[in-house]
Design a protein around this ligand. Sequence first.
Ligand code: ADP
Length: 642
Amino acid sequence: MKISIPVLEAVLRVIPQVRPQIYFKSSLTALSHAIEDQVLAGSESPLVIASFQRERFYRQEANRYRRIADRSDQVYVLAAPETDFTNTSGLYETIAFDPSDSLSQEWHLVVIAERYTSCLICQERKGHVQNPKSMDVQGVDQSRVFEGVWTFDRQFNYRAAEILMDRILAYRPELAAKIARAKSKYFVETGFQFSDVDPGPFVERLVTYLQAGQYKLLKTYRSITIQERKERLVNSITAAIRESLNLDDIFRVAVQELGQAMDACRCLFYRCQLNEPIAKIQYEFLAPDTLSLADHVWGLQDGPLFQFTAQKAEWIWIDDVQTNAMIAAQPSLKALVERWKIVRWLIVPVSYQGRLLGIVELHYCVGCNKTLLPEDLELVGAIAHQIGVALIQAEAYTHLDELNQQLEALERTRSNLIAITGHELRTPLSTIQVCLESLMDEPDMPLELRQVMLDTAFTDAERMRRLVQDFLLLSRLESGRVEWNPEAIPLNECIDLALSHIRSRQNCAHLPHITSHITQELPLVRVDGEWLVEMLAKLLDNACKFTEPKGQVCIEAISKGSQMLEVTISDTGRGIDPNRLETVFDRFYQEEGALRRTAGGTGLGLAICRQIINRLGGEIWAESEGRNLGSQFHFTLPVAEI
Ligand code: ADP
């Protein structure tokens, strides 16, 4: 069965002078409860007809209707069934109407007593969109809007009750006799005026409900304000993160905003990793009159609070440092808490994919009453997460930038090298070709000239071999594809090995006089021995190459502070132009130029030496008074710690 004319419309057809009003769902609830309470507070046995749109709305009020049924045997409850709401005659009559009936769009409560009548009869406004944000705990939308009439007018209320009773009869014809009894009992001229009724209970209940509604509204407003404050905080920190890749800016904004929003006395952020022993406090927000911890160093390894946070990747909130077991058990922590006047303490790890990156701390100090709620802790956790993301982003960007620069440098080097190496290789190759062609074309060439041709070709072939070898070595060093095995070794041993290399390669009669003044007292050096020997051999080779056999080459070493040794290889040879002292370390630099190689080197030796010494942790430089005044090559090496 389905009745399509709404009750409200039917009543207004008969009594058109009443003007309907707009009601929100919350006002209707308050009014209905006040009307029901008036029944419960009075001594009459009224006719009560209540129509709920759905069974679930009725369920919330079922208890109240059981109590109303104690007062009267003429109570009718209507609802569209959803589970087990059926037509029954129990404590009161229940009428299950068709869900498509227009009743399902209305809200009715009619009370007809001897002394008074009340009626609330409304129709839900069509086109109202349900707003999930205004749902209350029962999933009822408090912002639903109705249009209808709330009145104590006896004529209007009789009409409304009559129409509703007709609807009831349509569903439950067996109630005809009971309804007829009601009509004859209640629809009579009583002579009572509305002013004869004590409005007290009704008004009181109404005010209580309205107050409760107001309180709910206030609570909602407060929670929206808190939520909004949090969103603003997260947004401002996220904005700082997006706008800048500068970690300094990000951390400064984060501690400032977080400290202020949480009313903290101190908000700290420091970077640290799981196994680091200490951390320096780098960023701080400070409330007025609070001691500063900036640049202070926190010991991490023996700090149980830090260890707990770092290992478990969880925050710690200490609501009272006096009663905390971890602090009580650790005198150093107790002292720290006293010194920095901490009363409540929050420690939150900043991590990314399980990797600890830093810590955020909030301190509430002596004299401050502020405490943190679970939602505040959630918020700080969310901010800490944002800081972690910022850190990773900025790191990734820096790496990318560095990598780009390295790639650009490599690209430049590669093109330079191709040009230079091409030239350096072509020169000896042309010589070899000319010599071999002459030998082939002139079979009658004198024997001595033949020998000269062969020697020249051989020398240049050897030069090419060394060039390729040095070039490959330098490339390996520059690209970092080299293994280093540093160990504590005596410098003397390396020098002896380098000297024996030189002596085995060259005719000793052509070598200048070499002396080594390395005392036994010198500390061991921490280096990779093989690479050090390689480098010493190159420097000694140069010294011998550019010094007459009657000249001198001298090796000395002195301590330079407690950390380093300075080694000097000096010669009395041809010296270096003072404005070339840095250029000699460039690749392929040779004083005589590519076409006039008298000394037969590759021009890569010193570039290789600089690479090696840098990797060993030292520096290398050249000194010379000038032409024919000899040269000194100095380099430093790290001393091995004992
Ligand atoms: P090379 O294979 O030509 O020796 P290096 O890179 O070792 O290449 O040296 C570059 C240049 O530096 C040499 O060609 C030479 O002009 C100059 N040089 C290096 N060592 C000395 C030295 N002890 N005395 C004078 N000049 C030197």
